[in-house]
Write a protein that binds this ligand. Sequence first.
Ligand code: BMP
Length: 459
Amino acid sequence: MESKKEFFLECYKLGIIKFGRFTLKSGIESPFYVDLRPLASDPKILKNLANYLLDMLPLDNFDLICGVPYAALPMATAMSLESYIPLIIKRKEAKNYGTKKLIEGIYQKGQNCLLVEDVITSGKSLIETIAEVEQEDIKVADIVVVLDREQGGKELLESRGYRVHTLFNISEVCTILRENGELTDDEVKRIQDFLQGNHIQFEEKIRPSYEQKLEAAQHSVSKKLLETALAKQSNLIASADVTTTQELLDLAEKVGPHIIALKTHIDIISDFEYEKTITPLKALAAKHNFLLMEDRKFADIGNTQELQFTSGVFKITDWADFVTSQVIGGFESLDCFKNVGVVAIIGMSSKGALTTSAYREEALKIASSHPNVIGGVSQNALPEEMLLFTPGVNLADSGDGKGQQYNTPEHVFKTLHTDFIIVGRGIYKAENAEQAAQTYKNEGWKAYLNSLEKKEVQH
Ligand code: BMP
């Protein structure tokens, strides 16, 4: 292959960069305009480009290649043909019929995918694409970009832990073109001035600490949870999805010292008796200083929910410190939960859940304005004033074959700013539940502390 400079000049001849005055999508006037789509129309150049990009990368790391639609699709395809790394295709929008898939092609959960992008500016569209790819349980650690406009996108992605490999950046392109007599000194100066004034400044958003959340907390249950988290240095809620009283009490005894709350599905206990089940459970909660969270997911009109909450054999109102509830019955359906905190179900962790962004937006309007609500269950970030409870956490698995989708503690603290992780099978199915609880407690706390650290970003 020719030198990188010669290769760039070949590409340039296809009209991929124009100089002058251009109004960008954002309304900003730019002295240059980049469009790399013409590269795909020259097969030799496209093939060479694929090899230049592949040469920069640790190819053994990747199971899959994916191009950000549309401009990078032919580039990713050419890279796949040259490297034999399988291609997957990300749709711009999910189909609303058939499989409703956002990612097409053959892949397995947990595989590592190289993302290919033509031009990086602010990095925002890449962040969105990465989130969608990761939603399918495909891992992204590396991104390869043909041209960096040097406006902050690379730094944004690097600050979030991604490796960004760029073939060209606009400064070196200007130098090559100046040397070749394609640009005058004045034009180069105008481009440099533009880049200086248009470097997107960003701050990594730092999550509030538990101390800050405690200071702002209004509800007594929020305060108790946060105080317990700080006292035990734990953000772990163990989900006790066991089916007998004995198993429930055994688990509570073992994991009690490491958790801030025990989450129950009390209606799956086959030998439930208030005195035999709840009385000793309450004693264990007091002994080990944890709260009781009943994951009832109420989903009815207010009057029925009130009866389900206060009556029947379970008498949830008598013992639960906080409960989960859907908000599908509307604002007033939550009024009945007077003596407990309510955790609203905003988004679910299972594949294909109907908690779309439109649903979540409406659910949040109800949840964030109701005084009984202390927070929400979600796989997305919530407003800071709400506590975020995130289930679907497991260190060993990425799913359970029944629709459940798992993330690691590190991921949910870093990307969602979660407050509390909920772990079920990762603990109660472990050979040694106590040890597993301790591991999740340590991992959760470490991930929380990491998410508090301010990352230094170079501008
Ligand atoms: P596990 O870690 O074994 O997958 O258990 C997760 C627990 O969290 C289950 O009790 C489940 O009912 C609950 N849960 C969930 O997994 N996803 C949600 O979106 C909401 C939940 O309450």
